[in-house]
Design a protein around this ligand. Structure first.
Ligand SMILES: Nc1ncnc2c1ncn2[C@@H]1O[C@H](COP(=O)(O)OP(=O)(O)OP(=O)(O)O)[C@@H](O)[C@H]1O
Length: 602
C-alpha cells in the first residue's frame, strides 16, 4: 500500500478546475522555478523519466522559491471502485499514466527540454501530479423542481386505543419506548387485526416493522389453547438480508417478552445449519429467515413443517422479488400453499411498485393497499392485479432529509471522499456516516487506505480520529454480526459498506449517507438514503456522480426526488485545514481566503 501512495500538491492554486468557461486544468502543468541548480537536476530527472518515476511512485513537488516539498498522501493510483466503474468511460490522463506504468514497452518518454524553452522566464518546467489535471468538463447539475411526496410520520393516536393485550401495550411503552402510533401503524394495524391481506408502502424509517409485528403478536398470544413450540411456525417472515433478519428477530424477542410461550427464531445464511436444524426440531413459532436459507431447510430439514402457518410477511417485498430471490420465493410459497391452511399475507416496502402485481396475484386474496402519503390517505381495497397500479412511481423520502449531489471526475472520487470524511469526522462533532460503494473489494480497499491515511495518530491528534467499520457480503457471518451490533451502538464512526446495508437496517443516529458509487436504481437510492432521517429525525445524504452520470439526477426527479448541488471544490478545500495534508506554500492563505466556510453545504 505504501508504494501506492501519491504525494499531491493539493495546496497549489486549486481553483482552476475546468468548467464550461474555463478549460484550464486544476493544478495542471503549473510552472515552478527552482533556485538551486543542484536541486533542479535531481527534480528534473524525477519529472522527465517516467519509467523510473511511474504513477505508482511517490512524488515530490517543489514550489517557486519555497524550496520545500509538499507531502500529501491522499490518493492511491486506482481504486477498485474506479476500476470497476464501467459507467465512467472517459479515459483520464491519470488512467493513461497507469496504463503506461503497467506496460513498460509502451511507456512514452518525454524529451528533456532545456529550461530556456519554457516561457516562464527560463525557469524549469515541473510536472505536478496528474491527479488534478486533464479533468473532464464538470457540468452544472440542475435538479428540476418537483413536488415532494409528503408523509406525516406521527399521529396523535396511542396504542392503547387499539384494544391490544395490556402486556403488549406495556412492552411497547416500557421496552420499546413507543406510545403514539406512526401513520403507517395507524392505518395498517386495524386492517391486519381484522384479518385482511395487505400491501403496505410507507417511507423508510416510518415504523413498518411494528405495523405488522404488533398484529402478529396480538393474534398469536390470543390463540387458545396456548401456542406450543411443537406447533412449529405460525408466522413466517422473509427478509432479504441477514442483518435485517437479526434486527427483526430482536424486535420480536422484545415484543414477545410477556408471552414467553411463543418462541421466535431466526434462520440465515452463514450460520451453522446443524444448530438451526436442532432449533427447528425444538420448535420455532415466529420464524424469521432470509429466502435462500429457508429454501435450504425446506429441501433438507425434515422437521420443518408449515401446517400451522397463519401469517406470511414479506418485508422489503420488492427486493425479495428481485432476480435471484424470485425462484426461492416460489419454492417457499409452494411449500406453504401445499398445507392448504388459510393465512394472512402482507407485503411491505418503501418502494413497492409495478413488479408487485405478479407476487400479489400468486400469494394474496383481495389485499388492502395501504399507501401512506399525502393525497392517498386511508386504505383502498383493490383486486390483486390492481394493487400495483394503486401505487404510483413517486417515492416519498423523509421530510427532514437533506439530499445533495456532487459531480466529481472519477479520478478525484477518492480524494473527494477522503476530504468529505475529514470535514465531517475531524472538523465537526458527533457525525456518524454510512458510505455505500459498489463492490466488496472497494470496501476492503478503502478501509485499508483510510485506516492508514486518515485515521492514523499524528502529532496533533494522538488518538485515532474516528472509527472505521466495514460491512459486505464476503465477510464471515460472525464479523458481519459484530460490526452490525457495534455500529448500531456507536455514537460516531464511519461504516463503509455495499448494498447489504441498504435495506431495512435501523442504525441509530446516522447523520450522513454518502453514495460513493451511484445506486443501481431509484429504489435502491431511496433505501440507501433512508438509513438516515428515520422516524422524524434529521439527516443528510450526498450522492457522488461522474460528469457522465449526471442524467441520474433527472431520473430521480421523475420519481419526485430532488437534490441540491454541492461543489467539489468546497469539499476538497477541507484538505487545506488538515495539517497532515495541507501545503506550506503561498497558496494556503489564498485557499483559506477563498473558502472561508468549511461546511460545503453552506
Ligand atoms: N410508534 C413509534 N414511535 C416511536 N418510534 C417508533 C415507532 N414505531 C417504530 N419506531 C422506531 O422507528 C424506527 C424505524 O422503524 P422501522 O425500522 O420499522 O422502519 P421501516 O419503516 O421498516 O424502515 P425501512 O423502510 O427502512 O425498513 C425503529 O427504531 C423503531 O423502533
Amino acid at each position: 500500500m505504501a508504494d501506492d501512495v501519491l504525494m499531491l500538491n493539493i495546496s497549489s492554486d486549486p481553483f482552476k478546475f475546468p468548467t464550461k468557461n474555463n478549460q484550464r486544468s486544476f493544478l495542471s502543468a503549473e510552472k515552478y522555478s527552482w533556485k538551486g541548480k543542484k536541486k533542479e537536476s535531481v527534480k528534473r530527472k524525477a519529472v522527465f523519466e517516467p519509467q523510473e518515476n511511474s504513477a505508482f511512485k511517490q512524488r515530490k513537488i517543489n514550489q517557486t522559491g519555497q524550496q520545500h516539498t509538499h507531502k500529501q498522501k491522499l490518493q492511491s493510483p486506482r481504486s477498485p471502485s474506479q476500476r470497476n466503474n464501467s459507467r465512467d468511460t472517459e479515459e483520464t490522463g491519470y488512467q493513461r499514466e497507469n496504463k503506461a506504468a503497467q506496460s513498460p514497452s509502451k511507456v512514452k518518454t518525454f524529451p528533456k527540454k532545456a529550461p530556456e524553452e519554457h516561457k516562464d522566464h527560463g525557469r524549469p518546467f515541473i510536472k505536478t501530479s496528474s491527479l488534478f489535471k486533464n479533468n473532464p468538463e464538470i457540468p452544472d447539475v440542475h435538479s428540476r423542481a418537483v413536488t415532494r411526496v409528503n408523509e406525516n410520520v406521527f399521529t396523535n393516536y396511542t396504542f392503547e386505543e387499539l384494544n391490544l393485550h395490556p402486556h403488549l401495550v406495556a412492552t411497547l411503552e416500557k421496552v420499546l419506548k413507543v406510545t403514539s402510533m406512526t401513520s403507517v401503524q395507524k392505518q395498517s394495524i386495524p386492517v391486519l387485526m381484522f384479518g385482511k391481506d395487505a400491501v403496505i408502502r410507507s417511507q423508510t424509517g416510518s415504523g413498518k416493522t411494528l405495523a405488522y409485528a404488533i398484529p402478529v403478536v396480538q393474534s398469536l398470544q390470543a390463540i387458545q389453547p396456548k401456542v406450543k413450540r411443537s406447533d412449529g411456525p405460525l408466522a413466517v417472515i422473509i427478509v432479504p438480508t441477514r442483518e435485517l433478519a437479526l434486527q427483526t428477530f430482536q424486535m420480536f424477542q422484545n415484543l414477545l417478552k410477556p408471552f414467553i410461550w411463543i418462541v421466535p427464531g431466526v434462520l440465515m445464511g452463514g450460520e451453522k445449519k446443524k444448530s438451526e436444524k436442532s432449533r427447528l426440531r425444538k420448535g420455532i413459532n415466529v420464524l424469521i429467515s432470509t429466502p435462500g436459507r429457508l429454501v435450504d431447510h425446506i429441501k433438507n430439514t425434515l422437521s420443518i413443517v408449515f401446517s400451522a402457518v397463519r401469517w406470511l410477511i414479506l418485508d422489503e417485498a420488492d427486493r425479495t422479488l428481485d432476480l435471484g430471490f424470485e425462484k426461492d420465493l416460489t419454492v417457499i410459497l409452494n411449500a406453504l400453499n401445499s398445507t392448504g391452511i388459510a393465512r394472512q399475507n402482507v407485503l411491505l416496502s418503501a418502494t413497492l411498485n409495478e413488479g408487485l402485481s405478479r407476487l400479489a396475484s400468486i400469494s394474496m386474496k383481495d389485499p388492502a393497499t395501504i399507501h401512506v402519503s399525502e393525497g392517498s390517505k386511508g386504505t383502498t381495497q383493490t383486486r390483486p392485479q390492481a394493487a400495483a397500479q394503486a401505487l404510483s412511481d413517486s417515492y416519498s423520502v423523509p421530510e427532514r432529509l437533506k439530499q445533495h449531489v456532487v459531480v466529481v471526475p472519477s479520478k478525484l472520487h477518492l480524494v473527494c471522499l477522503a476530504s468529505f470524511i475529514l470535514a465531517k469526522c475531524k472538523f465537526e462533532c458527533g457525525q456518524k456516516l454510512i458510505v455505500f460503494m459498489s463492490s466488496c473489494d472497494a470496501v476492503e480497499f478503502l478501509l485499508t487506505l483510510f485506516t492508514k491515511v486518515l485515521c492514523a495518530k499524528s502529532d496533533t491528534s494522538p488518538a485515532n480520529l474516528f472509527n472505521l467499520y466495514r460491512l459486505h457480503g464476503n465477510m464471515k457471518q460472525e464479523a458481519r454480526t459484530e460490526v452490525f451490533q457495534e455500529f448500531s451502538q456507536c455514537q460516531t464512526g464511519i461504516l463503509l459498506c455495499t448494498d447489504v446495508a441498504a435495506r431495512g437496517l435501523d442504525l441509530a443516529q446516522v447523520t450522513w449517507i454518502v453514495q460513493y458509487n451511484p445506486p443501481i436504481s431509484v429504489e435502491e437510492y431511496v433505501h440507501r438514503v433512508g438509513r438516515t432521517a428515520r422516524i422524524g429525525a434529521q439527516g443528510s445524504s450526498l450522492l457522488f456522480l461522474t460528469p457522465s452520470e449526471t442524467a441520474f439526477v433527472d431520473v430521480l426527479a421523475n420519481h419526485n426526488i430532488s437534490l441540491s448541488e454541492m461543489k467539489m471544490i468546497a469539499i476538497l478545500s477541507t484538505l487545506m485545514r488538515d495539517s497532515r495534508f495541507k501545503g506550506r506554500g503561498k497558496w494556503d492563505s489564498k485557499v483559506m481566503l477563498l473558502t472561508p466556510c468549511s461546511n460545503p453545504e453552506k
